[in-house]
Design a protein around this ligand. Structure first.
Ligand code: HEM
Length: 260
């Protein structure tokens, strides 16, 4: 079958279009020029540090993209598609949490040798990380105030845009009577599986936060200030963040009803 092509191109133009190469299609040359260690003389471990962060930001981009699609599917009551997509997102999160662990093999002394070159740059400023949190459901005023403070008094445009759409928690929370779904899983099987996929999403983010906390403790210790001015103590306080408290509470309700 002839591949489809842009209606704006004539057949002649399409025939003369050069075949893409691996490097050209993926812009590999440009991509490999994006790692610019700042340490002078260049510290050999800074490359690993930069690549881990850059790779994470690329995967955050995919997660944001997929969150848009899963929210639309939930809005159309396409439960099966949404469950399948959440399965893919969850696989990405698991892989990214494992990727964080690779940085644990950076020895603390090596990190300290180039840390000064980071200035005040910190993961605390990652806009995509915050967009994911907002799209997923963290939106209370206290949380937004912290974000405002972290971004110099006003929210970045990407976060404002994310706030203008309903979060995953809001959409999922209104999609079902979760107490009823969980008390008889087979009665609304697709919704039960959706609840479990959402719970896994929450669990995997809790796992990401925990892995990051342990990484920070391993590299700079518990009470050392990070380049963003916070410490592992702050990260510890964030461990209890949950996007879908209603899905966790339903366990407690069921347990209470069973006299536990
Ligand atoms: C040597 C490795 C790392 C160390 C020592 C480290 C340290 C820290 C510290 C101390 C904080 C608290 C804020 C601050 O003062 O900077 C923080 C926050 C953060 N870091 Fe890292 N980090 C490391 C690797 C990473 C990686 C690979 C990522 C991936 C993008 C990342 C993403 C984040 C994010 C998103 C936050 C904000 C978390 C929140 O507010 O809940 N970090 N990091």
């Amino acid at each position: 079958m002839r591949p489809t092509h842009s209606p704006l191109r004539t057949d002649e133009q399409e025939r003369n279009r050069p075949e893409p190469t691996y490097g050209g299609y993926l812009a590999v040359d440009g991509l490999l020029r994006l790692q610019r260690p700042r340490s002078v003389p260049e510290h050999p471990d800074e490359l690993h540090f930069i690549v881990t962060h850059q790779a994470m930001e690329l995967w955050f981009k995919v997660v944001i993209h997929e969150l848009g699609r899963v929210r639309a599917e939930l809005g159309r009551a396409e439960w099966t598609r949404a469950v399948a997509r959440l399965g893919r997102i969850n696989a990405i999160l698991a892989a990214q949490t494992a990727q964080l662990g690779t940085l644990g093999h950076l020895d603390p002394q090596a990190f300290l040798e180039f840390r000064g070159f980071l200035g005040t740059a910190s993961g605390f400023q990652s806009v995509q990380f915050r967009v994911i949190e907002v799209l997923s459901g963290l939106r209370d005023s206290g949380y937004l105030n912290v974000l405002r403070a972290a971004h110099g008094g006003s929210l970045p445009a990407e976060i404002v845009e994310a706030l203008a759409t309903p979060g995953l928690a809001e959409i999922a929370g209104g999609a079902a009577d979760w107490r009823a779904v969980y008390s008889r899983p087979d009665a609304q099987g697709a919704l039960f599986l959706l609840g479990e996929a959402l719970l896994d999403y929450d669990r995997l983010w809790a796992g990401w936060r925990h892995e990051h906390l342990v990484l920070v403790e391993r590299i700079i210790g518990y009470d050392t200030r990070g380049t963003g001015g916070a410490s592992a103590r702050y990260l510890q306080g964030r461990l209890s963040s949950r996007f879908f408290p209603f899905l966790w509470e339903v366990r407690h309700r069921l347990a209470t009803e069973h006299g536990a």
